[in-house]
Write a protein that binds this ligand. Sequence first.
Ligand code: HEM
Length: 235
Amino acid sequence: MAESMFVLEENVFVKTILSSYNVLVHILLGMIVGISLLFAVKLDYNATSVPEDIILLHILLCVPGYTLIMTQSIMSMTHYNTWSSSLSIANKRRVHWILQVIGSGFGLTGSIIIMVYKDVNFNTLHGQFGLVTLIFTIISMINGVTSLLSHRLRRFIPPILSKITHIVLGIVAYASASACLCYAFNKTMFKLWTSDSVALGVISITGIFTLMVLINPLVNLCKKFIKLIKTRLEK
Ligand code: HEM
C-alpha cells in the first residue's frame, strides 16, 4: 500500500496535478487576503460601536494570522507545496510550528483587541465563530507541543493519539476561522463596499480554498485512524 502511494506521488502526471492544485490554492488565498486588506485600509466602515482604528488593527492581525500564515503552516506539511517541498521532514515540522506560533499570535491578538473594545461580546455569528477559533487555537497549540514531543511523552500518551487529536483540533480551529471570515464578508459594511454578489463570490472562494487546504489533513487523519485500529487489532 505504502509502496503504491510512493509510486503514485512520483508519477509526473500526478505531480503536475498536485502542483497545479497547490498553485490554485495560493491564488485563491491571495485573492481573499488581498480583498480583506484592501477593505481594511479604506478605513470607512460605516462604523459600528468599535473605533475604526481598532477594526483596522483587528483585520490586519486576524486575516494575515489566521488565514494567510495558518494556511501556509498547514500547506508546508504537504509533499507538493511550492516553497516547502524541498525541505526535510524535520525542517517542515520546524517551519510548521514556527508559522503556527506566529499566525496564532497575530490572530489571538487581533481577536482580543476587538473583544476588549466591544460593549457586548459574541452577539454576532462572526464573533461566536471568532471565539470558537480562539479557544481551539489555544488548545491546538498546547496539544501541538505534546504532539511534537510525542515520542518523549509516549509513556503517558500514545504518540498516534496525540497526533490524531492535534489534527482534529487544528482542522476545527482552521475551519472555524474560515467560517468567521465568511461571516465577516457577510457584514453590511463589507457588502456596502462591494455588493451582495461580490460578497457571495468572496464567501464561496473562501469555502472552496478552505476545503482544498483541509483535504490533506483529513486524508492524514483517516490514515492515522486506520493505523490506530490496526495496531489495536494486532494486540
Ligand atoms: C479570520 C479572521 C477573523 C477572525 C478570527 C475574527 C474574530 C473576531 C472576534 C473574536 C471578534 C469579537 C467578537 C465579540 O467580542 O463579540 C470580532 C469582531 C468583529 N470583527 Fe472580526 N475576525 C476576523 C476577520 C474580520 C474581518 C475580515 C472583518 C471585516 C470585514 C471583521 C470585522 C469585525 C467587526 C466589525 C467586529 C465587531 C462586530 C462583531 O462582533 O461582529 N473581522 N472578530
